[in-house]
Design a protein around this ligand. Structure first.
Ligand code: INI
Length: 157
């Protein structure tokens, strides 16, 4: 036992407004991430009225779309979903890097949770594994993180 005060988020209550920013590239994978994120939010009490889906062209554009969503306001967390698959794409590193960096920047600039649900993988097989098969679903993970962060930031005031 300890007397140390601990502050942490919970996953219950279904409070807050959530925007899900979804890249259109590799939609055969990303739509499964979206399904996972929606299912997770709904199972934790978030109603469809609290959710907005915003479509971006690809992972490179996701940060700017997140920034515009954050600037508009009335959102408590953004869930960014996409898939960057190396598989012969010469600018894989650039797209993946800019997306990752940009999402973190929006989160810090707007003091807003922006969950990173963008797969960056070498192969289509790995992308399939991480979008609802043997290695889980990154969309679900990102939604869980968003729920926890909304709750935690609410407690931190
Ligand atoms: N966008 C993705 O979301 N995933 C990818 O794997 C990808 N690859 O491999 O190129 C990708 N490229 C498009 C990029 O995000 C931009 O939409 C495009 O460059 C126009 O700015």
């Amino acid at each position: 036992m300890t007397d140390i005060k601990t502050i942490e988020g919970t996953f219950t209550g279904g409070k807050g407004n959530y925007s899900i920013v979804v890249g259109r590239w590799n939609s055969f994978v990303v739509e499964h991430l979206l399904e996972g994120a929606l299912d997770t939010l709904r199972r934790h009490g978030v109603s469809d009225k609290q959710i907005t889906i915003v479509r971006a062209p690809g992972a490179f554009e996701i940060p700017l779309v997140c920034k515009a969503v954050a600037a508009k306001g009335n959102v408590d967390a953004i869930i960014a979903l996409g898939a960057v698959i190396r598989g012969g794409t010469p600018h894989f590193e650039y797209v993946a890097g800019e997306c990752t960096k940009g999402i973190a920047m929006v989160s810090m600039e707007y003091s807003l949770p922006v969950s990173f649900g963008v797969l960056t993988v070498d192969t289509i097989e790995q992308a399939v594994e991480r979008s609802g098969s043997k290695a889980g679903n990154k969309g679900e993970e990102a939604a869980m993180s968003a729920l926890e962060m909304v709750s935690l930031l609410g407690k931190l005031g």
